[in-house]
Ligand binder design. Structure first.
Ligand code: PCA
Length: 215
């Protein structure tokens, strides 16, 4: 039996019903195949997110960590390939803090690649009829910070860590004449579940599938 920690985020700015937090709550305690899921909701707070993540890691002792967060404007779920050691916040966090060009970890490596099998997850999404892609930037806000921390804290261990960004749900996209792209919560939850089970089961190197981008 392996354990997967899935984190989502609480509300922030215009995301007053963050689907990533809702999914983490819904999946907490679920067992999928041979995998036990621990779900945890993290604060959108640059000063406290690390201690919240460390407590979740201590509690779950996971084999796999899947950080999730909402990215308004994204068209579909995305596996993030890279976490940067940069905090350059486009909006303040829930405490009003707006770091500019500060590292996530002082003296840490400039970047980490995900240790989840991002291509295998993308392939399974497509086989399950779910849209999804590999993204080459997780931004420079809380999700990137948390993804970087998850990789930093698991570096040199067998634990695999990565991040999935999800679009907003339809309710968040109404009332606008140029609506944000959206997907229903049930489909987003299914995408996160596929990411969890493929990441927990996949053995050996990632699939060799092209999913690059020009920009
Ligand atoms: N999304 C933000 C932070 C919290 C969340 O759900 C991000 O993508 O950085």
């Amino acid at each position: 039996m392996s354990t997967v920690l899935v984190t989502g985020f609480g509300d922030y700015a215009e995301e007053t019903d963050n689907p990533s937090g809702a999914i983490a709550r819904r999946l907490d305690g679920r067992q999928v195949g041979d995998h036990r899921i621990v779900g945890s909701v993290l604060p959108v707070n640059t000063a406290t997110v690390e201690s919240a993540l460390v407590s979740a890691l201590d509690r779950a002792r996971p084999d796999v960590v899947v950080v999730t967060g909402v990215a308004p404007g994204r068209t579909a779920p995305a596996l993030e390939r890279v976490a940067l050691n940069v905090r350059d916040f486009p909006i303040p966090d829930t405490d009003g803090s707006t770091p500019i060009d500060e590292p996530v970890v002082v003296g840490g490596p400039p970047a980490y690649l995900a240790t989840l099998p991002v291509k295998a997850v993308m392939d399974s999404w497509h086989r399950a009829g779910l849209p999804g892609y590999v993204s080459n930037t997780a931004g420079t806000y809380l999700c990137n910070q948390t993804f970087y921390l998850a990789r930093h804290l698991t570096a040199g261990t067998e634990v695999r860590a990565g991040m999935v960004h999800i679009p907003v749900v339809p309710a968040r996209a109404t009332g606008d004449t140029t609506p944000l792209p959206s997907m229903p919560l049930a489909l987003l939850e299914q995408a996160v579940l596929v990411a969890i089970s493929v990441s927990a089961q996949h053995d050996g190197p990632d699939l060799r599938l092209g999913a690059g981008a020009i920009s």
